[in-house]
Design a protein. Sequence first.
Lengths: 141, 68
Amino acid sequence: MQITITKEDFDRLVEHARSVSPKEACGLVAGEETTDGTREIKRVWLLTNIDHDEEHFSIDPREQLAAVKEIRSLGLTPLGNWHSHPASPSRPSEEDKRLANDSRASYLILSLEGEEPVLNAFHIEGPAEKRTVRKEDLIIR
Amino acid sequence: MKITVGGEKREVEEGLTVSALIAAEQVETPEYVTVSVNEEFIENGAFDTHILKEGDEVEFLYFMGGGC
C-alpha cells in the first residue's frame, strides 16, 4: 500500500517529537483513501502522550475523541496514528504490535535515533499474540 | 429511537445497551474499544448496564498506545 505525507506535515511531526524528546510523542493522521487503497495524509494531529514516558505512549482519549470529530467535520478519513521512537529504530516494537488493535490503520513510527529522522508506515493485523506486520510504501513529498 | 453512532444516524430498539450496540455494529476487537456517549466515557464494566437514550451520540474509539 502507498501512503503519502507532505514534507510540511513530516516536518511538523519531527519538530513536535523533538520538542518532547526524550519522551515519546504521538498523534493521529487523516486524509483520503482511493478505491485502490492508496492513502494521502492531508492533516496530522499532535496529541498528548498521557504516559509522559520515554518508552511508552497512550494517546489522550479526550483529545482523540475531539480529533475524530474534527476529522469527520473536515470530511476526511481517519488513516491511523503516529508516534515517535526517541532512541530506537523506526519499526514496531513488540508492545506496538500487541496494541495495534485496528487493522484498518496505518501505524507511522518516527525514529529520532540517528542524525536524521526516519519515518516509516506499517500495516499490522492478526491476533494479538501473532501479529503480521507489513511495511507500507511511505512517500514524503 | 434514533441515536448517532460515529456521526451516522441509527434507528435502534428502546433499551439498547452499549454492549448490544457494540455487537450490532460488529465492532472489531471490542475488548480494546473505548466508548463515549455524549462525550462522556463509559467504564468498560458498565457496557452491559448502560442503556442508551433517544438522541445519544455514541463514539467507538480504539485505545492507541505502544512503546519503543
